[in-house]
Ligand binder design. Structure first.
Ligand code: THU
Length: 160
């Protein structure tokens, strides 16, 4: 038997330490939480992406009485970016969330598994790493690529 250990590098920043570009993207994600439609969970999530052409797209979670029909903020945003700007790579994705009390989470928001899989496809599609910034009031986690969020992942290469 041998054991394999995966190490995941995560850079942890104070918001103020980030570049103006990254802060602007996080601000857009925070702003997008205000446009969530969350009558069931009351959990407001916002996401924003910076595209290779310089555009910023944002989106929020949109729920439905038939719960699985709703969509997370990350997928709303990534699918919108893909449908409006199909030739542009996504350079950076920022995510922020507010709880039922309306406060931004203290710890960085961890994206759900389905969104991580969609992030992976968005990254692979353009063959360039997509940075991810997860906002919390106590700090911001930066992942250099989706690999960190979804290690040992399944993608099209796994079928060959
Ligand atoms: N949600 C997101 O939008 N993104 C995440 O990363 C985690 C969960 C949404 C889905 C649902 O509308 C609500 O948060 C509660 O799960």
């Amino acid at each position: 038997m041998k054991q394999l250990t995966l190490q995941i590098p995560i850079s942890v920043y104070d918001y103020e330490e980030l570049s103006a570009e990254d802060r602007a993207l996080i601000d857009q994600a925070k702003e997008a939480t205000r446009r969530s439609y969350v009558p069931y969970s009351h959990f407001h999530v916002g996401a924003a992406v910076r595209l290779s052409g310089g555009e910023i797209i944002s989106g929020s979670n949109q729920e439905n009485a038939a719960y699985p029909s709703g969509t997370c903020a990350e997928r709303t945003t990534l699918f919108y970016a893909g449908s409006q700007y199909p030739t542009q790579a996504i350079l950076t994705l920022a995510v922020a969330a507010r709880n039922e009390q309306g406060n931004f989470l203290d710890s960085p928001i961890p994206p759900c598994g389905a969104c991580r899989q969609v992030m992976l496809e968005a990254e692979k599609r353009f063959k360039q790493p997509m940075r991810i910034l997860l906002y919390g009031t106590s700090g911001v986690y930066e992942f250099g690529s989706v690999d960190g969020l979804l290690p040992f992942s399944f993608d099209a290469d796994a079928m060959r």
